[in-house]
Design a protein around this ligand. Structure first.
Ligand code: PLP
Length: 487
């Protein structure tokens, strides 16, 4: 029985099949982009029923497999480019990022060794060098692309931990964790990302190793409480591995006071990691770059490009101020980074990453920077921050809506609270706001976040999309009110 060779390679048969498959899928994407609904509104049960793997002995062929993906995946996907898709830090992506994905996927380079990704390794290293200059670090190439903020935060916490014990003459890499583990602490604010806890658990130190520092009314770390918690920890004989500051908390977009945190940490010789998964976008901002002042002082940084840099998932980076700390996670694998090759100056990125096989996600940022240039990149980033301020103003003028916090980045926290609910208790208001969020998604017309701010259940709009206007959001808010009235 003759079959088409399914592998992408040089034969005419293969390149024809490749072009056909790409054409078929890109045409389907164009059709999907024009669907007016944000979501088709199917329930969990409906999708479970509808979506079935069709794995047959003979195979369906590319064309049929693509048709099925269009029918069962694409049509019921969430339209992240839709103006009323504002629930999460989940961005629509750049056109050039799609082109980059074609190259990334077709070449299938792997970033773990130079002989699997020669030009890609150089591009990634040059981009890390460039990112370092953007944050204000010294020239160098200590840093690596990651799958996202969670992994970058893990790298920061792990290296902080290992540097802490290395200073006491102990190698965690060789000998594991020493001493009384219950004495080991990391400090971050109440609004830091949950990956701090998850990563500490992963590192064998548990959620309880995380001490939460209080926040001010703008959800930023309270520097006085930080000073107190550090003093308390020291009085208790605890060992502080790191302070994790956040530049752009996931809900409020709050940026912790970086210079003050760095100064306090320096007095006590404590590692500071900045989780700038969201706020790092301001590195390219024209209007708001100063929000990140002080980021150059810290020991390690998380950046995410699949948030307000508009890259496709996944695309993140970890930056390490002092390259010597990379020695703490060095591993010499004969087949990837032999001493022989390293002695000849052959670069390898496996020693800078927790991953081994790794995608060439750096290309997306590289091409995005080249295609858009500084001005346009700044514009699309600043758009969301400015829009959030306008939307907040509008919300505060609506009698049925209440602004919960003044925006700092591109999110607006608010809740539905008409005069008729003036005397209702908090639980009742919370419930109605929760129901609004669910009803909007069920209707397929909008995806608005539901979250909590300081114990108050509220709605959240994350206004990343640079094509969204104040008018679009007015339409969305009218829909919120209408939905609430129908509940
Ligand atoms: C999104 C986010 C993360 C997690 O990043 P992933 O890329 O989703 O792993 C961590 N910290 C902050 C502040 C975030 O906004």
């Amino acid at each position: 029985m003759s079959r088409l060779n399914p592998i992408l390679a040089a034969s005419v048969q293969s390149t024809d099949a490749y072009q056909q498959a790409i054409k078929q899928t890109s045409e389907a994407v164009v059709t999907w982009l024009q669907q007016p609904e944000m979501y088709q509104g199917k329930s969990v049960a409906e999708l479970r029923e509808r979506i079935q793997l069709d794995f047959t002995s003979q195979g369906l062929g590319n064309q049929a497999a693509i048709e099925r993906a269009v029918e069962f995946f694409l049509k019921d996907s969430l339209s992240v480019h839709h103006p009323q898709c504002v629930a999460h830090l989940h961005c629509p992506s750049l056109v050039v990022s799609q082109a980059a994905e074609v190259l990334i996927n077709a070449t299938n380079q792997s970033m773990d060794s130079w002989d699997q990704s020669p030009s890609a390794t150089i591009i990634e290293m040059k981009l890390i060098e460039w990112l370092r200059t953007q944050v204000g670090y010294q020239a160098g190439d200590a840093g690596v692309f990651t799958s996202g903020g969670t992994q970058s935060n893990l790298m920061g916490l792990m290296l902080a931990r290992d540097a802490f014990f290395a200073a006491q003459g102990h190698s965690v890499q060789q000998d594991g964790l020493p001493g009384d583990l219950s004495k080991i602490k990391v400090l971050c604010s109440e609004n830091a990302h949950f990956s701090v806890q998850k990563n500490m658990a992963l590192m064998g130190l548990g959620y309880r190793s995380v001490t939460l520092v209080k926040t001010d009314r703008f959800a930023r770390m309270d520097i006085n409480d930080l000073a107190e918690k550090v003093a308390q920890a020291q009085a208790n004989g605890e060992q502080i591995l790191a302070i994790v500051a956040t530049a752009g908390t996931t809900d409020a977009g709050a940026i912790d006071p970086l210079p003050a945190i760095a100064a306090l940490a320096a007095q006590h010789n404590i590692w500071v990691h900045v989780d700038a998964a969201w706020g790092g976008a301001l590195l390219l901002s024209e209007k708001y770059r100063d929000y990140l002042d002080g980021i150059e002082l810290v020991d390690s940084i998380t950046l995410d490009f699949h948030k307000q840099f508009f890259q496709t998932i996944s695309c993140g980076a970890f930056l390490l101020k002092d390259a010597r700390h990379y020695e703490l996670m060095r591993y010499q694998a004969a087949y990837l980074n032999s001493e022989f090759d390293e002695a000849q100056g052959v670069p390898n990125l496996v020693s800078k990453s927790l991953q081994t096989t790794r995608r060439f996600d750096a290309l997306k940022l590289w091409m995005g920077l080249e295609a858009l240039g500084q001005q346009q990149y700044a514009e699309i980033i600043d758009h969301g921050v400015t829009l959030a301020q306008e939307v907040a103003q509008y919300v505060s003028e609506q009698p049925s809506l209440e602004l919960v916090m003044q925006p700092q980045l591109a999110s607006v926290l608010f809740r539905y609270r008409p005069a008729s609910l003036a005397t209702a208790d908090d639980a009742a208001i919370a419930l109605i706001n929760q129901k609004i969020g669910d009803a909007l998604l069920d209707s397929g017309r909008a995806n608005v976040g539901v979250t909590e701010s300081d114990g108050v259940t509220c709605l959240k709009m994350t206004l990343l999309n640079p094509t969204v206007t104040l008018q679009d959001i007015k339409v969305l808010l009218a829909l919120v009110e209408k939905t609430a009235e129908q509940l």
